[in-house]
Design a protein around this ligand. Structure first.
Ligand SMILES: Nc1ncnc2c1ncn2[C@@H]1O[C@H](COP(=O)(O)OP(=O)(O)OP(=O)(O)O)[C@@H](O)[C@H]1O
Ligand SMILES: [Mg+2]
Length: 213
């Protein structure tokens, strides 16, 4: 039985890492085999590409370069880590995946969405997540939550307008792909956020158990 593939999406400070820690506890308590991973990255080569993408540098990073780098990392991640795990019945939980490309390289950077569609068809094909949990929070609240963090990366240092486009981009994607992308109100207390996530996990686990019969 194929594992379930879940991605977490949302802007900086929306609570993706916090949600993943909760999902890990939940999967353990339900004896479900799982693998935690992240994008860009997830394999040694893809993590090297991540460093290239996120490093602060004097040289201007060309938008096409950034787009191709994240898809190069994704091709490696899917082939060498995600697919083999799903094939073995392991659930895969990824901190960011395909939707971040549409939102960061597309909506926020103004990249050509039809190009991203082509890269998605080529690199990801039908291997989209079974469910994507979109942690939605206002830019201001997200920034407040990460304010205490010491090291900022290249994307954290973008303008407020950039982060507003990121939020709107994610919500637009959720509107057009509402079966897959579940919007979680991340402005609420941790317990309330966990409850929303748990109900999505229960639905996925129910579907998974049904597939075994
Ligand atoms: N529901 C919540 N209520 C209050 N604080 C929260 C909540 N969820 C997360 N936080 C806190 O907000 C901060 C950012 O959360 P987290 O690191 O999970 O976000 P993230 O989406 O992973 O951010 P990044 O994009 O930078 O990786 C952390 O200090 C975390 O403890
Ligand atoms: Mg995080």
């Amino acid at each position: 039985m194929r594992g379930k593939f879940i991605s977490l999406e949302g802007g900086e400070g929306s609570g993706k890492t916090t949600a993943i820690n909760f999902i890990q506890e939940w999967l353990e308590s339900h004896d479900i085999p799982y693998l935690m991973t992240r994008e860009p990255g997830g394999t040694p080569l893809a993590e090297e590409i991540r460093q290239l993408v996120l490093a602060s540098r004097d040289e201007k990073v060309n938008d096409t370069t950034e787009l191709l780098l994240v898809f190069a990392a994704r091709a490696q991640h899917l082939a060498e880590k995600i697919q083999p795990a799903l094939d073995k019945g392991i659930w895969v939980i990824s901190d960011r995946f395909l939707d971040s490309s549409y939102v960061y390289q597309g909506k926020a950077r103004g990249g050509d969405v039809s190009v991203i569609d082509q890269l998605s068809a080529w690199v990801v094909g039908d291997n989209k997540p079974d469910a994507t949990l979109l942690l939605d929070i206002s830019v201001q609240q997200g920034q407040q939550r990460v304010a205490q963090r010491k090291q900022q990366d290249r994307l954290d240092n973008e303008s407020i307008a950039f982060h507003e486009k990121v939020r709107e981009g994610f919500l637009e994607r959720a509107r057009v792909d509402s079966d897959r992308i579940k919007v979680i109100d991340a402005s609420l207390t941790l317990n309330e956020v966990k409850a929303q996530i748990e109900s999505q996990l229960m639905a996925l686990n129910h579907a998974w158990a049904g597939e075994a019969e």
